[in-house]
Write a protein that binds this ligand. Structure first.
Ligand code: NAD
Length: 730
């Protein structure tokens, strides 16, 4: 055996120890499943074995299913994969049901062998579904351990019985946050929620589990659903208490997902239908919904972008082959909103930080941002005074460039002004080591031109964070014309240290993310100015799966910033500037003092606390609302405004890798995660259909919707972005 090890102790307890070689955390594979199956058979067949404890040799129990395997299973199952996947998942259910029944007589429910799960730490996904099939779950009292079923976050749902077992165990209401939101808990909270049975000190984990196995009685092994007359807590869908729960859950799912996430709906259906039939049939229903979810292009697109490719990028898929560039000391120039966040995430990662601003008050204010976050964490029980002291101890504030001596990386976040940036570049380079890499966090200025202020342009790069830095997961790394491989490696190693996800792009106006976001916001404002009802504009975006509509988004990012960017862009582009129609709206709003949330007036009205009260009716006095706008066309315009920019970025070589385009879009601006990103979306609808949409929109609205040649060519050849071969998606 390689993944599950089997031994029997002196008391006759079989210990099955999960220990996948070469991995820091166990993940479930089909090879492992066969080994576990064989081990269970052996234990049940051996008269000398009184019971079983399933545990792990690692400090966690398991991280879940290897989603790469699930993706491979789907690919391997050929042209009609449903049966293949169904059979594979059914085999898993059969094994877990065998553990649950543990050899007992199906009629008398007697004679089974007790099987306990002993979790030393984190147990996620199948790593919890397996324990849920055991008769009792013990967990070590490890506050950092996470216990939960997070599948929904990557577009699937627990399909190895976890959905059915948890819903039947806790009732639909209590199981809802765990299943529909993928909420994980530490062991104490998981016990309080009824997910696991016992929390014991880590050094007593195995002893407690074994003691239970040796003392368990026949009735301790029978799951409630295998007993006659079991009533699921909270009731089934057609009971008086259950009915409102399911109606409410259905409303909640639709309110949260706007109907675009197939997994949430499938999960709910599996629970709803499953609770009306016997348990074994419920498992079969769960399997069928799981298979259909897995086969939905949305699920494979989400797994691909949010799990497989996100992981690959974080592991350095596009890192140049140069030696390790781990950052030891970073100089952060400018302690404003961005610099303060950059200092915090760096210090948390254990990197020494020098935080420099033009006054010590400004630098201290930047450091105080970290204090604020750490205090909040302590208040919520998620941090300690020691951790706070350690993180703050990593940050030195200064106004003196000499303190940057010894920094191996500089991240500059001063005002967005080329002169100011050039000045600080020269001052910093005068003191930092010759080998240091210098990065700018600029959001709009070309890296190649900023690099002209540097003595070492091959060591100059863009590291573009998103706001708020501590929450946003994406970091966009920008290569200037002269940026060398070591600078790229440094930036990637730094992003890995601070546990964010990197994409690497080439230098061009607005790089990648902002290049796509701006047309989205602009298209929203164009629609509103054409008289499309404002709620319809934002709702169309929600129906596409965007977290916020463009009008709400521009209120958050502020219209004065929009005006500033528009002016600078127009100055740079001259006659090619495409957005005069939008500027009319933006400049008028700014003249009206309607900057967005920050002035408590924008496309929305706000109360004094900054809460949105509703759309501002005054807008339609100037731009009267018209009737007859078509929702599908509004959706197509908002979608294509972004997607075509992504394709152009690829055509122009700004993007070098569609994986980065997709992962960057989801993490950078919340691009419809259900679609796997702009390229994933295009693959789902098919290039042919995309061309049709472009041609229609171009005829009506002009060349901003012109189909990029790359896409037209792919449509002609029946190609997809991710498929090597033509699989006409139309
Ligand atoms: P900010 O105005 O909040 O902070 C800028 C800080 O730089 C201020 O504390 C200022 O005192 C300091 N500063 C200015 N000139 C200086 C000098 N010569 N020497 C030392 N310190 C100096 O601005 P911000 O929003 O943090 O943006 C900083 C940079 O990050 C800009 O280039 C901006 O384009 C970029 N950026 C901003 C965002 C965002 O959402 N705000 C997102 C990505 C990138």
């Amino acid at each position: 055996m390689t993944e599950f090890h089997y031994s029997v102790d002196a008391d006759g307890v079989a210990i099955i120890t999960w220990d996948v070689p070469g991995k820091s955390m166990n993940v479930f594979s089909f090879e492992g499943q066969a080994e576990l199956d064989a081990a269970i058979d052996k234990a049940l067949a051996d008269d000398a074995v009184k019971g079983v404890v399933i545990t792990s040799a690692k400090d966690s129990f398991a991280g879940g299913m290897d989603l790469n395997v699930l993706a491979e299973l789907r690919e391997a199952a050929g042209d009609s994969p449903a049966q293949g996947i169904f059979d594979g998942i059914t085999a898993m259910h059969t094994l877990l049901r065998k553990i649950e029944r543990a050899g007992m007589d199906p009629k008398t429910l007697k004679g089974g062998k007790p099987i306990a799960a002993a979790l030393p730490g984190t147990a996620m996904g199948i790593g919890l579904e397996l324990p849920l099939a055991c008769h009792r779950i013990f967990a070590a009292d490890n506050a950092r351990a996470q216990i939960g079923l997070p599948e929904i976050k990557v577009g699937i749902f627990p399909g190895a019985g976890g959905t059915t077992r948890l819903a039947w165990k806790l009732g639909a209401m209590a199981a809802a946050p765990l299943l529909l939101e993928g909420k994980a808990n530490n062991p104490q909270k998981a016990k309080a929620a009824g997910v696991i049975d016992e929390v014991v000190p880590a050094d007593q984990l195995m002893a407690a589990a074994k003691a239970w196995v040796l003392s368990a009685k026949d009735e301790d092994l029978v799951k409630p659903w295998d007993k006659k007359g079991y009533k699921i807590p909270g009731g089934t869908p057609y009971s008086a208490p259950g009915f409102p729960t399911f109606v409410g859950a259905s409303v909640m799912v639709h309110a949260n997902t706007w109907g675009v996430y197939p997994a949430a709906k499938a999960l709910l259906s599996a629970v709803y239908e499953g609770m009306q039939v016997p348990f074994d049939t419920a498992l079969k229903i769960e399997t069928r919904y799981f298979v259909s979810t897995l086969l939905n292009p949305s699920s494979s697109a989400m797994i691909r972008s949010l799990f497989v490719n996100k992981g690959a990028l974080e592991k350095g898929a596009n890192r140049p082959e140069v030696p390790d560039e781990t950052v030891k000391k970073v100089g952060v120039l400018g302690a404003g909103m961005m610099g303060a966040g950059i200092a915090y995430v760096s210090a948390v990662a254990g990197i020494e930080v020098v935080l420099l601003d033009s006054t010590i008050e400004a630098a201290e204010k930047g450091k105080a941002y970290s204090t604020g976050i750490l205090d909040k964490a302590i208040k919520r029980g998620r941090g300690t005074e020691e951790k706070k002291a350690k993180v703050l101890g990593q940050i030195t504030t200064t106004t003196d460039y000499a303190d940057l001596a010894g920094c191996d990386l500089i991240v500059e976040a001063v005002f967005e002004d080329p002169k100011v940036k050039a000045d600080v570049t020269a001052k910093a380079e005068a003191v930092i080591p010759e080998t240091a890499i210098y990065a700018s966090n600029t959001s709009t200025l070309p890296i190649t031109s900023l690099a002209t202020a540097s003595k070492r342009p091959e060591q100059f790069i863009g590291i573009h964070f998103f706001s708020p830095v501590d929450k946003m997961l994406l970091v966009e790394i920008i290569k200037g014309a002269k940026t060398g491989p070591r600078a790229v490696a440094k930036a990637l190693d730094y992003v890995r240290q601070i546990r964010k996800t990197p994409i690497v792009v080439n230098d061009a106006r607005f790089f990648y993310a902002n290049r796509c976001i701006i047309p989205y916001i602009n298209e929203g404002m164009r629609l509103a100015a054409e008289g499309v009802p404002m709620p319809m504009v934002d709702h169309a975006a929600r129906l596409l799966g965007f977290p916020v509509g463009p009008l709400q988004l521009v209120d958050e990012t502020s219209l004065d910033l929009g005006a500033k960017i528009a002016k600078a862009t127009k100055a740079a582009m001259g006659n090619d500037y495409p957005d005069d129609a939008v500027d009319e709206v933006v400049f008028w709003m700014v003249d009206e003092g309607r900057y967005g949330r920050k002035t408590k007036a924008g496309f929305f009205d706000y109360d004094d606390a900054g809460k949105r009260l509703g759309y501002w009716h005054g807008f339609n006095d100037k731009y009267p609302a018209v009737e007859g706008a078509e929702l599908d066309e509004v959706k197509n315009r908002l979608m294509m405004a972004q997607v075509l920019e992504a394709v152009r970025a690829l055509e122009e070589g700004v993007l070098e890798d569609i994986r980065e385009g997709d992962v960057g879009a989801i993490l950078g601006w919340g691009f419809a995660p259900w679609s796997g990103g702009p390229f994933g979306w295009l693959d789902i609808i098919g290039a042919k259909k995309a061309v049709e949409i472009c041609d229609t929109l171009e005829a009506k609205y002009g060349k901003r919707f012109a189909c990029p040649p790359l896409l037209r060519d792919m449509a002609a050849k029946g190609q997809t972005f991710y498929g090597k071969t033509a699989r006409d998606a139309a």
